[in-house]
Design a protein around this ligand. Structure first.
Ligand SMILES: Nc1ncnc2c1ncn2[C@@H]1O[C@H](COP(=O)(O)OP(=O)(O)OP(=O)(O)O)[C@@H](O)[C@H]1O
Length: 690
């Protein structure tokens, strides 16, 4: 494809085999790769199939549980894609040019002006050359003596030469200014995209529809860059076209309609093929993303050992092959249709060209047109059809890219509803007691129903509060709602009795430090991995050392080849690999680096050795003793014994609350979980001592 953005959006080759040939010659399926019989509707290209989503390969069913096709009903592009007619494309041209100019103007006014002026002048130069041809032919063909003819043609030839030289010069100016402009436009658009994506609500990021918009709009930046190029060419082409049309009309009024008629078949073919490509691109977006993801898995660090030890390589390769073939079949179907449309357009184009030249001949024959004028008309027709064809192609390209730029604009302009809202009161520096009242929460867009049901509890200030319960009981969800990451459907979260919905959400986040189960391993230096806990201030090495000390990570940092400057990603040169437990210590140091009154720790010690685990809990306890509020989620019941208060969740409901001693005495769920774990240790002790 023409441009970088488009290359990233499209992929695939062709597979012309029938299903029978495919299963006969297909790759040997490794164990677990699906039943060969499932290939039944992994169909070869079916020219009549209107619904590619019906063709689901065994790989797709096995790996993704069904077809990975977007229902076109979702697409905001749908109408623009499928309604794209020549009239529609022309009608939209001014708006699309407006988009280009606005983007370019925002990025670099000087370069934009240079491009606009140079392209306009280049178009004018081309028009002068065309008019010169008419003059030269008239001068050469009119007098009986060729020497007189050449002499008469000389001034026009000189003007043509000068115009051609100027055209080349303006072309060079455009090349320079356009080359400067395009990367700036792309950067600007990408920054707009990132700003929007980074400020979206968690619920919006997980929202299917919004995620699709985010996915589609990510191509907006590359498309914006492309559009500048197309816009530039459209200006020059339009001027050439006006010149050719002017020349033709001046030669004979019948010529202009014929010129337009000649371009009808090409225009129809270009737009018909484009419509099919748009439809296909959108339907296969998810599928192609999955194929790209399958091939990326081959080099993922976190998958590398399992791929080798479990022999996952052939499995991945097989499914990559099968899914790629499936898309190739779609590509093949498109190619077949494009070839048929192209052939029909060529036949119609030939007929219209014949009609035009026959008319020209008739005009000559009847003496309605002079010989010189007919020669100039042939040149103008050629220039005109080339310009018109080019214009349709450029408008089509622009249109395709404009859809992605439109998505980006839609995201930028209408994304407010999905952003974490700004505004609200400033929350107090210390939240005091945190109380949750009648909280019910369901993840938006899921059919599973509420994962928290009517939960009411208190997290006392300056104490350690433990949340326990079996897997999936809602502990992590509860702390995410308490932190303000998600908004509950019912109920309130209060700080010292004040409803937190009054507070500015971003400032609310600033009161929490979080060591999540799935804290992110930034592929940056060890120092950044800790200092990113407080990214709004410059990294302070002394504070990093203190945070490492608080997390028991000093020895680890000292052991790194470049201490804080050690790059923690083996993907890069000089990269260093940490163990899971070492990462966890850095994650705790990140939270310690952050200056916030409430510490939320979700399974903080899962990857730590026994000594480190004990140390972490000792430090967490010390934090609370120093007045910090700690919310601790853990499955280690022994660690919970040090908590001041324990809340037990079961299937999204609060079932027990109290001090550890009270709950043990009550003999409920907590006591049961505690006894189970204690019995494991007792058993092991007996085994090792027995
Ligand atoms: N982002 C999400 N979108 C939809 N459902 C989710 C999401 N995160 C969690 N869930 C669902 O919410 C329920 C509670 O999950 P949660 O992670 O809060 O449980 P948990 O008690 O912390 O479990 P664990 O002890 O295994 O960490 C689960 O059924 C889970 O499938």
């Amino acid at each position: 494809m023409r441009a970088r953005g488009r290359a990233a959006r499209n992929s695939g080759t062709t597979d012309h085999r029938t299903p029978a040939q495919r299963s006969a010659a297909g790759p040997e399926a490794p164990a677990g790769s699906g039943d060969a019989g499932d290939e039944r509707d992994d169909g070869a290209p079916d020219a009549d199939a209107e619904q590619p989503a019906d063709r689901v390969s065994a790989s797709e069913r096995l790996l993704y549980g069904g077809a990975l096709r977007y229902d076109m009903g979702w697409a905001a592009h749908r109408d623009s894609l499928l309604r794209l007619t020549a009239w529609d494309a022309m009608r939209r041209l001014p708006r699309m040019l407006g988009v280009c100019v606005r983007l370019a103007w925002q990025a670099d006014r000087r370069a934009t002006t240079m491009v606009a002026v140079a392209e306009t002048l280049r178009g004018v130069a081309q028009a002068v050359v065309l008019l010169g041809v008419q003059r030269v032919l008239a001068a050469l063909l009119a007098p009986a003596d060729i020497t007189d003819g050449v002499r008469d043609a000389l001034p026009a030839l000189a003007v043509m030469a000068a115009a051609a030289a100027c055209g080349a010069l303006f072309g060079a100016v455009t090349t320079y200014a356009d080359g400067r402009l395009r990367p700036q436009v792309e950067r600007l658009a990408q920054e707009q995209y990132l700003r929007r994506a980074l400020s979206a609500e968690m619920a919006s990021i997980e929202d299917h529809g919004y995620h699709k918009l985010l996915e589609s709009a990510q191509f907006g930046a590359a498309s914006a860059r492309n559009m500048i190029g197309y816009g530039t060419r459209v200006i020059a082409t339009l001027i050439s076209l006006v010149a050719a049309a002017g020349v033709l009309t001046s030669l004979h009024p019948a010529m202009l309609p014929l010129l337009l008629l000649m371009t009808v078949p090409g225009t129809w073919a270009t737009l018909a093929i484009a419509r099919q490509r748009y439809r296909s691109y959108h339907e296969w977006l998810q599928h192609n993303r999955a194929v790209a993801e399958l091939s990326r898995m081959a080099i993922r660090e976190d998958a590398a050992s399992e791929i080798r030890v479990h022999g996952v390589g052939p499995f991945l390769l097989h499914h990559f092959h099968a899914m790629s073939r499936e898309h190739e079949a779609e590509q093949s179907r498109l190619a077949q249709r494009a070839a048929a449309i192209g052939l029909a357009a060529a036949a119609l184009g030939g007929a219209t060209a014949l009609l035009t030249y026959l008319t020209l001949g008739a005009l000559l024959w009847t003496g309605a047109m002079a010989f010189a004028a007919a020669g100039a008309a042939v040149v103008a027709i050629r220039a005109g059809t080339t310009a018109l064809d080019g214009l349709v192609r450029q408008i089509n390209d622009m249109h395709e890219d404009a859809l992605f730029v439109q998505d980006l604009q839609r995201l930028v302009e209408d994304g407010d509803a999905h952003d974490i809202p700004e505004g609200g009161e400033r929350p107090p520096a210390e939240p005091g007691d945190i109380t949750v009242e009648g909280l019910t929460f369901a993840y938006p867009g899921t059919a599973a129903g509420p994962v928290l049901r009517d939960v009411s509890l208190t997290v006392p200030a300056g104490r350690v509060t433990a949340l326990v319960g079996e897997n999936g009981s809602g502990k992590s969800t509860l702390v995410k709602v308490i932190c303000g990451l998600y908004l509950p459907q019912h109920g309130t979260v209060r700080w010292s009795g004040v409803d937190t919905s009054r507070y500015d959400r971003r400032q609310l986040f600033a009161r929490f430090r979080l060591v999540g189960q799935d804290f992110f391993r930034w592929p940056f230096t060890a120092g950044v991995n800790v200092a990113i806990g407080q990214p709004d201030v410059p990294a302070d090495p002394a504070r990093m050392d203190r945070a490492a000390e608080a997390a028991g990570a000093t020895a680890l940092v000292d052991s790194l080849p470049h201490r804080w400057s050690t790059l923690l990603s083996r993907v890069y040169q000089r990269g260093h690999q940490l163990s899971g437990g070492q990462w966890q210590k850095l994650g705790i140091a990140r939270a310690a680096y952050r200056d916030a009154p409430v510490l939320v720790v979700d399974e903080p010690t899962a990857a730590l050795d026994a000594k480190a685990e004990q140390e972490v809990f000792r430090r967490i306890r010390a934090l609370a003793d120093g007045g910090r509020t700690v919310i601790l989620i853990t499955h280690r019941m022994a660690s919970v014994r040090d908590a001041d208060r324990v809340h037990v969740l079961h299937e999204g409901r609060l079932v027990e609350s109290g001090t550890p001693d009270d709950l043990l005495a009550a003999g409920g769920s907590y006591a049961e979980m505690y006894d189970l774990q204690a019995a494991q240790f007792d058993g092991r002790d007996r085994e090792t001592t027995g």
